[in-house]
Design a protein around this ligand. Structure first.
Ligand SMILES: Nc1nc2c(c(=O)[nH]1)N[C@H]1C(S)=C(S)[C@@H](COP(=O)(O)O)O[C@H]1N2
Ligand SMILES: [Mo]
Length: 329
């Protein structure tokens, strides 16, 4: 049953950043083939047909060129667009997994600016439409591992955060980067609840922020980000637990001291500043040794072993050489 048509995602090569229409045609062709095959098989399970293979095409296209960054493509099959956009953590829109897809329609993503502050030679306010043109968009298929022990595989579109950082020229005092995200009670019903101390803030050490895998992310599945996934821009740090990847960023601050981060502030014994995915360091309330892959749930679905640095150890392990990862969890 699991042939290429089944939620298959075909990523473009750099030579063929296909116009959306071509991509859609190709997808329809594959869907047509799938339908033909299904017709020959009696009692095809309904679940297999219900899974959409790609975005509905309602959002603006945002194609990405094939990335040459090491680790940009995991081999695992991408999670369906439906699951990526209906199983979310975005507490500003509610704490249930289905809340963001239901409530994030009120988020206004234009006009949108990102303030760049602190230890940089070129501070300023960057418009989202300027940021979209700052560097060529790339496609990256990353594993996303939530600290709650589930994971997805997402075809993101964006460019390395380093592209922006280089342009704003950090000074010698820039040792860390803090990301501040939108906290507007008028647009975000979840802000009324005191579950976190808003705004949601996150941070990285400078070398982590500069690592080519750290993605300033504007889209997924070849379209702009849906609101519930952090429109109009977010950061994605694939070797860390998902909560390090803040959504709907409005400010980037370059600072000398390790900045406050939301979950670490809330529960410092449970969530560290680093929060690198580590199967050997359990969360105090549950194991991190294995994970559930979203979309594979079912009676016989096997849990997958969690990988050190979420599988990105060859690319990022050196950043932590000599550090005690139990202390700096
Ligand atoms: N602003 C903001 N960013 C956030 C969160 C949030 O609640 N608010 N949740 C984080 C968590 S816990 C995870 S696992 C990822 C989930 O991203 P996704 O919903 O696109 O899969 O977003 C992270 N970024
Ligand atoms: Mo998470």
């Amino acid at each position: 049953m699991h042939h290429l048509e089944d939620r298959g995602f075909i990523h473009p090569r750099s030579s063929e950043i296909t116009p959306k229409s071509v991509w859609l045609d190709r997808r329809r062709l594959l869907q047509g083939l799938a339908a033909g095959t299904a017709g020959l098989l009696a009692a095809r399970p309904a679940a297999a047909q219900a899974l959409p293979v790609a975005p509905p095409g309602k959002l603006a296209p945002l194609p990405g060129a094939r990335s040459s960054v090491s680790g940009a493509y995991v081999a695992d099959k991408p999670t369906s667009y439906r699951d990526i956009t209906h199983y979310n953590n975005y507490y500003e829109f509610g704490t249930d997994k289905s809340d963001p897809s239901q409530n994030a329609g009120t988020l206004r993503t234009r006009p949108w600016t990102v303030a760049v502050e602190g230890a940089v030679k070129k501070p300023g306010t960057y418009d989202i439409d300027a940021l979209l043109k700052l560097a060529p968009m790339e496609e990256r298929i990353y594993r996303l591992r939530c600290v709650e022990a589930w994971s997805m595989v997402v075809p993101w579109v964006g460019y390395s955060l380093a592209e922006l950082i280089r342009r704003v020229e950090p000074t010698g005092n820039a040792k860390f980067v803090q990301f501040v995200t939108l906290a507007d009670p008028k647009q975000m019903p979840g802000i009324a609840s005191r579950v976190l101390d808003w705004p949601y803030v996150e941070g990285l050490r400078m070398d982590e922020a500069m690592h080519p895998l750290t993605l300033l992310t504007f889209g997924l599945y070849g379209e702009v980000l849906p609101n519930q996934d952090g429109a109009p821009l977010r950061v994605i740090v694939p070797w860390k637990y998902g909560f390090k990847s803040g959504k709907s960023i409005v400010k980037i601050r370059f600072v000398e001291q390790q900045p406050a981060t939301s979950w670490n502030t809330e529960l410092p014994n449970e969530y560290g500043f680093y929060s690198n995915v580590n199967p050997t360091v359990d969360h105090p309330r549950w194991s991190q040794a294995t994970e559930r892959r979203i979309g594979e749930d079912g009676l016989f679905a096997k849990r997958r072993p969690t990988l050190m640095f979420n599988g990105y150890a060859p690319q990022v392990g050196q950043l932590y050489a000599g550090m005690d990862l139990r202390k700096y969890f």
